[in-house]
Design a protein around this ligand. Structure first.
Ligand SMILES: NC(=O)c1ccc[n+]([C@@H]2O[C@H](COP(=O)([O-])OP(=O)(O)OC[C@H]3O[C@@H](n4cnc5c(N)ncnc54)[C@H](OP(=O)(O)O)[C@@H]3O)[C@@H](O)[C@H]2O)c1
Length: 250
């Protein structure tokens, strides 16, 4: 039985020697996870669109004295399969292995009834939240396979586990994310050293939450750095035996 996250606390060097790619690293939960991974000794590969924010995060990580991160500017809404093949190719030339992959970048899309959801928004949300996750995972599997114990974490949501009115494409994309996690976990669990799990953050004070609930006082919810324990746990060897689990951080 793996140690439960509530009974576990990471050492300062918990993730040292590991390389972890984080999508949506520039802000919110992805930024906090990247800082936590680096703070525990991991080399972090920071992927998202906003280069200025990624550079500021790079500086913050270097100032911590953590391993030097790398910046991977990429727009997941526009990236083609060839772009993911090229990214995986250049990472394979630079790295002997990849120990962790946190799928965190997501679009919220329209908060409207399905009847009024724009088709273009639906496509964008599926592209970023589902298709990009599939292509990035598929192209990085060979590098993840080189790690002694690799972890893929998909970021879910409460509305991806029970459908809710007006959450449209976002909710459906999170159901698909859970499905991708389960299928991959079943395929890889018995035959490889790669584990695959999903994590629902719960309500967290980020730009996405503030945009979904504009009338809610932002301080109602915890900050990303206050809830980041499970993200570290899932990338650490403490969770090495955990596969196919739909976890919740709160
Ligand atoms: N906050 C919550 O209450 C909550 C609750 C449940 C689930 N979640 C999930 O938690 C994860 C993180 O959410 P968050 O609240 O931290 O969101 P956020 O503050 O809006 O941050 C989203 C991140 O995704 C990146 N991103 C968006 N579109 C992208 C694209 N086309 N290409 C590359 N990167 C892109 C953004 O960076 P750039 O703008 O630099 O590209 C940003 O770093 C998401 O999967 C979300 O669904 C959040």
């Amino acid at each position: 039985m793996p140690t439960a996250p509530s009974e576990w606390s990471p050492s300062q060097s918990e993730l040292s020697g590991k390389t972890i790619l984080v999508t949506g690293a520039s802000e919110g939960i992805g930024r906090a996870a990247s800082l936590a991974y680096a703070g525990h000794g991991a080399e972090v590969l920071l992927l998202s669109r906003n280069e200025e924010r990624l550079e500021a995060l790079y500086d913050e990580i270097v100032a911590l004295g953590a391993p030097e991160p790398a910046i991977l500017p990429m727009d997941l809404a526009k990236a083609t399969h060839d772009d993911f093949v090229a990214l995986a190719g250049s990472l394979s030339e630079a790295l002997p292995k990849l120990d962790g992959l946190l799928h965190n970048a997501s679009l919220l899309g329209d908060r409207k009834p399905i009847a009024q959801t724009r088709a273009a928004t639906w496509h964008d949300v599926m592209q970023v939240n589902v298709n990009a996750g599939f292509m990035l995972t598929q192209t990085l599997l060979p590098l993840l396979d080189q790690a002694p114990s690799a972890s893929i974490v998909f970021t879910s949501s409460g509305v991806g586990r029970t459908g809710r009115a007006y959450w449209g494409s976002y909710a459906v994309s999170k159901f698909a994310t859970e499905g991708l996690m389960q299928v991959l976990a079943d395929e890889l669990g018995a035959t490889s050293t790669i584990r695959v799990n999903s994590l629902n953050p719960g309500a967290v004070n980020t730009a996405m939450r503030r945009s979904a609930y504009p009338a809610e006082p932002p301080t109602t919810n915890p900050s990303p750095e206050d809830i980041i324990h499970e993200w570290v746990y899932l990338m650490s060897d403490a969770s090495a035996q955990l596969n196919g689990e739909a976890m919740s951080a709160q």
